[in-house]
Write a protein that binds this ligand. Structure first.
Ligand code: PLP
Length: 484
């Protein structure tokens, strides 16, 4: 039917003088559409759609799209989230017809190019992490955490060991204890010492042969590299436990050190952070995991394998925890990560990390006199400043600063995380910002802290929406537009 209608339409459009004429060479019998559809599916009147001209629709959506802040429109130093620039070249490559027109149900013989790309990406991530066995399936960092903890559970089950606990530092991202709970473990919090690193005495007191995994973020969420990590790994390994590295902060250490070399047994990457995939409102993420060779048998199935010069999806994996995501994972994000890694190469990735660390230290040194950084004068790729003093002196909070920054054209840093720093402002410039942007951001902060406090109470003044009730917006979102 579709062919007949389409051919007829084309014919009519191309022959304005012969509208309604029958196609001379077309002998497919014509049937009214109603005859081809079940009666219940045929509408009796047209749907109540608004009648609008195309320019009005285009303007509406174009204007809507400009209400959002994004890395393409504004400097976006959202700590922990690594909002680096998304190279447009990667977008172009990921939308090549040979990539977007593939279907995951195609026979493997016709998917050799994509499988090769995914296989090579597995190899690259294995090399960057120092953990050779890789699954690209998980759909986000948090999903990678859950998947790896399920891998750990399968490993201990096979060893016949009953281990019920997962340890997480108090500075950890909320997804760490949440993933541990979802994987069926009891979560135990380990305190940070005054210097922001893991409190070794507290760790020792909580470590026993019931501990399955210690989850560590390194550099941690305060932007400090925990140099005790080798010692921590030794302690945990002595008790038979595993080390999980939350890889959200890999942007600070790529090509400089590898989690597998400092004692990690498992980790996830966030390609939408470290490898510049668009994220937040910009698209889905991915959360590939890398594990030590001894954990390889438990990885989700399938993994991409190469056998006798041919790539294949390896399903026949007896000890696997099974599938955690449909098809091969979020392939679009993985293609961008592949392009990013290939573009930079080993030396380039190291340079990315060095520049990210340099930018963060530059910004830290510019703002610390107005926003003290409780955990040191140096940082890795991000730092956590505190607005505590401003709050005491002038009733100016981290929230006031964050909201007022929007008026100056800057997306706010992450605020009130990690929980261990009062009035926290977690600032991550990333390597893709120029000195000019960093200076402009610092100067905006200086100007804001000079403003009368009442100017800040009800900021932002220039955005379409000013101060929504955030709790209500999260709990009872209005997701539907209606005319009444
Ligand atoms: C972003 C982040 C996560 C979670 O990753 P998603 O991809 O957002 O699920 C976990 N830990 C840390 C430290 C993070 O910054």
């Amino acid at each position: 039917m579709r062919n007949t209608l389409a051919t007829k339409l084309l014919f009519e459009l191309s022959q304005p003088g012969r509208r309604g004429a029958r196609l001379p060479a077309c002998d497919v019998p014509e049937q009214p559409v109603e005859a081809l559809l079940p009666a219940a599916a045929v509408a009796e009147s047209p749907p109540p759609l608004p009648e609008l001209a195309e320019p009005d629709v285009v303007r509406h959506f174009t204007n809507l799209s400009t209400l959002n802040m994004s890395v393409d429109t504004h400097y976006y130093p959202l700590g922990s989230c690594t909002m680096k620039y998304n190279p447009k070249r990667n977008e172009r490559l990921a939308s090549l017809p040979g990539i977007v027109s593939l279907h995951p149900y195609q026979p493997e013989e016709t998917l050799q190019g994509m499988l090769e790309l995914l296989y090579q990406l597995q190899q690259m991530l294995g090399e960057i992490s120092g953990l050779p066995a890789v699954s690209l399936q998980p759909a986000a960092g948090a999903h990678g955490e859950l998947t790896a903890l399920m891998v750990a559970a399968a490993h201990f089950k096979e060893l016949g060991e009953v281990r019920t606990k997962v340890l997480t530092p108090d500075s950890a991202h909320g997804t760490n204890p949440a993933s541990a709970a979802m994987a069926g473990f009891q979560t135990v919090t380990v305190k940070s010492a005054a210097n922001g690193l893991v409190d070794m005495d507290d760790l020792r007191s909580k470590l026993d042969d019931q501990v399955a995994v210690f989850m560590i973020t390194n550099p941690n969420t305060l932007g400090i590299f925990d140099d005790q990590v080798g010692q921590i790994a030794d302690l945990v390994h002595k008790q038979g436990g595993l080390i999980y590295l939350d890889g959200a902060n890999m942007n600070a250490i790529m090509g400089i050190t590898r989690p597998g070399d400092f004692g990690a047994d498992m980790m996830h990457f966030n390609p939408h952070k470290t490898f510049s995939g668009p994220h937040g409102g910009g698209g889905p993420g991915a959360g590939p995991i890398c594990v030590a060779a001894k954990l390889e048998p438990y990885l989700p199935s399938p993994v991409v394998a190469c056998r006798e010069g041919r790539y294949e999806l390896e399903w026949d994996r007896e000890k696997s925890i099974g599938r955690v995501r449909s098809f091969f994972g979020n392939v679009g994000v993985l293609v961008r990560a592949y392009c990013y890694i290939l573009t930079h190469g080993p030396a380039g990735l190291r340079q990315v990390s060095e520049n990210a660390v340099l930018n963060a230290n530059y910004l830290l040194s510019r703002v610390k006199h107005i926003l003290p950084v409780p955990h040191g004068d140096r940082c890795m790729h991000e730092f956590v400043a505190s607005a505590s003093q401003l709050k005491k002196d002038r009733s100016v909070t981290a929230m006031h600063l964050a909201k007022r920054l929007l008026d100056y054209g800057f997306h706010a840093p992450t605020v009130y995380f990690p929980l261990t720093v009062p009035e926290a402002m977690m600032i991550e410039p990333t390597e893709t910002e120029s000195k000019e942007s960093l200076d402009a951001f610092a100067e905006a902060l200086f100007r804001i802290t000079d403003e009368p406090a009442d100017r800040l109470q009800d900021a932002p003044h220039t955005t379409t929406i000013s101060r929504p009730n955030e709790v209500q917006a999260a709990r009872q979102p209005v997701l539907k537009w209606t005319s009444d």
